[in-house]
Design a protein around this ligand. Structure first.
Ligand SMILES: *Cc1c(COP(=O)(O)O)cnc(C)c1O
Length: 351
């Protein structure tokens, strides 16, 4: 049985959170002399002289209506990376607890574990980049607090099988963090609507990819109210700055425009994959449910260096487990994609 109280670190259970000036006062006021702000204003036009809402209530309300998830089940982080770090800090005792990671996958689960001195247990994906459930199960012990799953997965691009995700959710008594950074580009449905069925589920999403707002640093964690309350207690009080809150609120009014971009990127991804399929120097084009394509190519490092001389930078994943000789290519604009293909063709001719 899932018991949040057993999972939680003892010091976090007892933690009295920082109470900010804006926490201690709520309601209407005329004069704000409670937070040592600059009452004269700021060099900028907006009211950036004031601390932002630590609970991001307006923004959460807007996210809630776009995602159709109650605001109390939404946590906002300074990028998903902050959500990842906060899960470690809330649940994993340094030097004692462990987590399970399934590489090749996103690097921050490992970096953040190392920062927090949390043991990493590795259950590599199978050849088809799906979960090795038996291996995962064999690694779990009483100190396993989180299993990190990324679907669609970075850098492989595939979605994890839905039934297997649910198998982990049904059988693991710790937190199952499913990173859906690329879900908007996928055929597969999000696990968001399943939140009520799984008290151990945390779904991570981000404004950095489909929403086109990597510069704002805004990540989302969807989970039970109990888990959201814990993350909110542990986070820095003003983790989402006022500019980000204002701009994200504006962006959320433009769902239609974002959906158009997603469709365009998916169409370009599929077209680019078709072109790659026909190129002799590319040995394999991995199916993608994301806004990037993983390709296996002869002498990947050499190709990577050659593309750099043409001013084109892709991601060299050739030294990553199961990704030998692989490059990860983000879908660009029509022109950028053509430039990339032209460069790959010209390389062949120069040899
Ligand atoms: C890009 C990416 C993120 C986004 O991280 P942010 O901190 O929100 O920018 C999260 N997870 C994966 C797997 C990613 O590839």
């Amino acid at each position: 049985m899932f018991d949040l109280n057993i999972l939680l670190r003892e010091n976090i259970k007892k933690l009295a959170p920082y109470s900010s000036a804006r926490d201690e006062f709520s309601g209407e006021a005329r004069v704000f002399l409670d937070a040592n702000e600059n009452s004269l204003g700021s060099p900028l036009l907006k009211w950036y002289n004031r601390y932002p809402d630590p609970h991001q209530q307006l923004l959460k309300k807007a996210v809630s209506s776009v995602k159709n998830i109650p605001a109390e089940k939404i946590f906002l982080g300074n990028g998903s990376d902050e959500c990842i770090d906060l899960l470690y800090r809330s649940f994993c005792n340094p030097g004692k607890d462990n987590v399970i990671i399934c590489p090749p996958t996103y690097g921050m689960y490992e970096v953040s574990a190392n920062i927090n001195d949390v043991e990493i247990r590795i259950a590599p994906l199978l050849e088809d980049f799906q979960l090795n459930l038996a291996h995962i199960e064999s690694l779990v012990d009483a100190h396993t607090k989180i299993i990190w799953l990324c679907s669609p997965n970075n850098p492989t691009g595939n979605s994890l099988n839905r039934e297997e995700l649910e198998m982990v959710l049904n059988n693991f008594e710790g937190i199952v963090a499913v990173d859906e950074a690329y879900i908007n580009f996928a055929k597969q449905k999000s696990l968001l609507q399943e939140l009520n069925d799984y008290p151990n589920l945390v779904v991570l999403q981000t404004f950095s990819k489909a929403w086109g707002l990597a510069g704002l640093r805004l990540g989302l964690a969807f989970a039970s109210k109990e888990i959201v309350d814990i993350l909110s207690k542990v986070k820095p009080p003003y983790n989402i700055n006022q500019a980000t809150q204002d701009l994200a609120l504006k962006a959320l009014e433009e769902v239609g425009q974002v959906n158009d971009m997603i469709k365009e990127i998916v169409d370009m991804r599929n077209a680019l994959a078709e072109v790659f399929e026909k190129m002799a120097i590319i040995e394999k084009v991995y199916p993608s449910d994301a806004n990037f394509i993983l390709i296996k190519i002869k002498d990947a490092k050499k190709v990577y260096d050659y593309l750099l001389t043409k001013g084109i930078v892709v991601r060299d994943r050739s030294r990553v487990l199961l990704c030998e000789d692989c490059l990860r290519v983000t879908v660009g604009t029509e022109k950028e994609n053509t430039d990339l293909v032209d460069a790959l063709i010209s390389m062949k001719n120069e040899q």
